[in-house]
Write a protein that binds this ligand. Structure first.
Ligand code: SF4
Length: 256
């Protein structure tokens, strides 16, 4: 059955104020191993992994290594994999190294067009390599982040991946997230946050931010107007439809 965004309305009102863990349990029961957490190892993502792991929800965790990540981010991935034994951390990479790409195409990230291509090659394409393996991807996007994410809902569609996108933290404020993280002494937290990085990405395109700046001010600071890499469809304003297996129809309450 083919479904459009509008057909998620009932599902989204059902989970509009659900606790993140309740939503995680629900999607694990519905999708099982055909659902994965997608994280870049920022605090919200590792908090999501913590909740899933401690509830013994054995999700795959997909991490896209662009080849130009800070060593702290790679160390965070390794620590998460070591300490969250119910989860299976899988690293996705581009076909070419960053050096090969630069030798063949130049330093892409310095221009807006180049950045779009670089993010496509190093972020979106590695995710595309698992298309068909998963029917749902869980992310840590929150409405409180504002911008393109101001309307994020618990369930959304990803037409490019023909999958659901699930956002257990859609309703969680920054304050709630900080409180949640503070209550968990063994939460794995990327050390870059303590170095002034409010959000974390590739080192050529990410800087710390001043206290008076918006959280995403440190992303693509050298390129006016660029805020997102595009790996999340909501950031691209992408809309469309996906093909859904019949077995999901009843648990998700989808009607034609
Ligand atoms: S964030 Fe920068 S370095 Fe990373 S993939 Fe995008 S353009 Fe390339």
């Amino acid at each position: 059955m083919r479904i459009l965004d509008a057909q998620l309305a009932d599902l989204n009102s059902r989970f509009a104020s659900a606790e993140p863990l309740d939503l995680l349990r629900f999607v694990h029961a519905v999708f099982g191993r055909r659902c994965a957490i997608l994280t870049s190892m920022q605090r919200a993502g590792t908090t999501l992994c913590y909740l899933a792991d401690r509830a013994q929800l054995d999700f795959d965790v997909l991490f896209v290594d662009t080849g130009v990540l800070h060593r702290e981010t790679l160390a965070t991935r390794d620590e998460l994999a070591m300490t969250h034994r119910n989860l299976r951390v899988i690293t996705l990479q581009s076909e070419r190294s960053f050096m090969q790409q630069t030798a063949e195409e130049g330093v892409l990230y310095l221009t807006r067009e180049g950045q779009e291509r670089c993010c496509d090659l190093r972020k979106s394409a590695p995710l595309q390599s698992v298309k068909g393996k998963y029917d749902a991807f869980i992310g840590a996007l929150r409405r409180g982040e504002g911008g393109a994410r101001a309307n994020v809902k618990p369930f959304a569609l990803d037409p490019e991946m023909n999958a659901f996108r699930i956002h257990p933290f859609a309703n969680v404020s920054s304050e709630d997230l900080e409180n949640m993280a503070a209550r968990v002494p063994d939460l794995v937290v990327n050390p870059l946050h303590a170095m002034g990085f409010s959000t974390i990405g590739c080192f050529p395109c990410t800087t710390p931010v001043r206290p008076d700046e918006p959280d995403r001010a440190g992303r693509w600071r050298h390129l006016a107007g660029v805020e997102y890499c595009g790996i999340n469809p909501i950031d691209r304003g992408a809309a469309g439809s996906i093909e859904v297996a019949d077995r999901y129809r009843e648990p998700l309450g989808l009607s034609e």
